[in-house]
Design a protein around this ligand. Structure first.
Ligand code: AMP
Length: 147
């Protein structure tokens, strides 16, 4: 059975291009839909809970920047379903699963860095999304970055 609706999880860096392209390669021959999802993680979560300052302005900037980057992707990839794409606040795994269910997606596509060593212990979004996913998950191998 060919996939009908693919949900591409994008981190909005330049690394999301190979992930979107892979999804398009799968979707195009079957006229499947491709939607994007990006999750903005609450600042307080990144700082580990209680932060004694008002982060609302910073969060708004974060959201505005994400919106702008998503719009750039819609312009670049004409085949993407704008209406079914989402920008949400929260924890990536939880939100991606929820949106995949709501939009009745049958394939989630994520990028994977093929980590090892300490980075492997810290885990990856791809690994996280795989666990408990409501549908198939494709991890697109991303090239290693020299850092
Ligand atoms: P990471 O494990 O954070 O290096 O990210 C690997 C992949 O997870 C990315 O290529 C995206 O497909 C997905 N991803 C990471 N962060 C997010 C996010 N905030 N929202 C949606 N997808 C994400």
């Amino acid at each position: 059975m060919p996939y009908i609706h693919l949900l591409v999880a994008v981190d909005l860096t330049e690394e999301c291009d190979p992930v979107i392209k892979r999804a398009m390669d799968i979707a195009t021959p079957n006229n499947a839909k491709v939607s994007l999802v990006h999750i903005v993680e609450p600042m307080a979560m990144a700082f580990g809970g209680d932060v004694p300052m008002d982060l609302s302005q910073l969060q708004q900037q974060q959201l505005d920047q994400a919106k702008e980057r998503m719009n750039r992707l819609f312009t670049k990839y004409a085949g993407i379903q704008r209406g079914d794409s989402h920008l949400a606040y929260g924890q990536p795994r939880q939100e991606i699963h929820k949106l995949a269910e709501q939009a009745q997606c049958d394939l989630i596509v994520v990028g994977s860095h093929g980590r090892h060593g300490l980075a492997l212990l810290l885990g990856s979004t791809a690994n996280d999304v795989l666990h408990g996913a409501p549908c198939d998950v494709l991890a697109v191998r991303l090239a290693k970055k020299d850092s």
